[in-house]
Design a protein around this ligand. Structure first.
Ligand code: FA5
Length: 347
């Protein structure tokens, strides 16, 4: 009986000692060592199991039960401590990495359409509402289409109006304006009526300044049909400007000269940058020329395949970067193609 009491007390002491030791276990390594000491093959509790068979038969079940109880309890605590250590390691990790989950995320950089493309698209939208359809034409042109069929023969002084980039190939140039597209379109559609818009990049070998670039976009309008008048041209342009800039803007039409239109005119818009007072954008005049226009010259109609006795038409060519400048208060056209992201990001 004494033996039984002793062993039960010993088992209780073993349990107590193991539990006390567990309090100072703070790492996975400590826990491994603890497991080896208190639950390993040569641990005290396992020694008790080994001794049981040599005990009196009557004592064996009670001692066996107690020894199992102690072992199960220690295993349970081992598991709990394992979890505690894992949680602490995680918390420590988070603290060391200084992960602040409340910080807002970093915005990824987003691409956008170039300001010139945005303006072109806005112009297409307005002109589409007014019944004009986009017609694309080539940037590398022949002398014939860029000049001759537009009533500008070789050695004609009007060629000086457009300083040209020539290529090494005879008669092949970079188009100086979108007007050669008029001839391509007329050849395709004559004798049907047309109402089209010809957009795209044009190139000029000229002195650059705040309002002059060597490459810029133009948009050409062309309407050919029966009984088209200068009044139609003026009404179309004024309506376009009203839809683009609102009804408050001031425009003026000035007589001008283009070999491919007769009569010809240019339209200026009051400079929005200085409200007409005169600034760098408008070269101090208070007005910025935005387009050239006129009634399609009979020779050009003929070159396009229309009978000028029966058909008439109007045409206009707008500089779209000038339009963007006026809309957004950009004071130097050279910003458009300088590829400075600080400028481009603003639109
Ligand atoms: C022409 O290019 C004619 N083809 C326009 C035309 C079409 C007239 C149809 C009649 C009928 P001009 O060279 O003036 O014309 O240029 C037209 C517009 O392009 C100008 O009003 C201006 O807005 C713009 N522009 C001209 N040169 C430059 C330049 N170097 N940089 C930026 N924009 C320019």
């Amino acid at each position: 009986m004494e033996e039984k009491k002793d062993l039960i007390a010993v088992l209780q002491q073993i349990q107590q000692k193991a539990q006390d030791a567990l309090h100072s276990v703070n790492s996975a390594d400590d826990l491994e060592r603890w497991k080896f000491t208190y639950l390993g093959r040569s641990s005290e509790v396992m020694q008790v199991f080994k001794e049981i068979p040599s005990m009196e038969t009557a004592l064996r079940p009670v001692l066996g039960q107690k020894a199992n109880q102690v072992k199960t309890e220690l295993e349970k605590r081992l598991e709990l401590t394992h979890e505690r250590i894992q949680q602490a390691a995680l918390a420590n990790n988070i603290k060391q990495q200084k992960l602040d989950v409340t910080l807002p995320g970093r915005q990824p950089e987003r691409g956008r359409l170039h300001i010139a493309t945005q303006t072109l698209q806005e112009i297409y939208r307005i002109l589409a509402e007014m019944g004009f359809q986009v017609y694309r034409s080539r940037e590398v042109e022949s002398d014939e289409y860029n000049f001759e069929l537009l009533n500008i023969p070789a050695y004609h002084p009007a060629r000086d109006l457009w300083d040209t980039f020539y290529t090494k190939k005879e008669g092949v140039i970079l188009r100086t304006h979108t007007s050669p597209g008029q001839i391509h379109a007329m050849h395709e559609y004559a004798p049907d009526p047309v109402r089209i818009v010809l957009p795209g990049m044009v190139y000029r070998y000229e002195q650059m300044d705040a309002s002059h670039e060597i490459q810029f976009n133009q948009i050409e309008l062309l309407a050919v049909g029966r009984n088209i008048t200068f009044g139609d041209l003026r009404g179309t342009l004024e309506e376009f400007i009203r839809r683009m800039f609102g009804s408050g803007v001031e425009t003026r039409l000035r007589p001008s000269y283009f070999p491919f239109t007769e009569p010809s005119a240019e339209m200026d818009m009051k400079c929005i940058s200085c409200n007409g007072k005169g600034c760098g954008v408008c070269s101090g005049t208070g007005w910025l020329e935005i387009l050239g226009c006129g009634m399609v010259h009979p020779t050009v109609l003929k070159n396009g395949g229309y009978d000028p006795e029966k058909f008439s038409g109007f045409a206009a060519g707008l500089g779209t970067e000038r339009i963007s400048m006026l809309r957004h208060g950009v004071d130097d056209i050279r910003n458009f193609w300088a590829n400075d992201i600080r400028f481009l990001k603003q639109f």
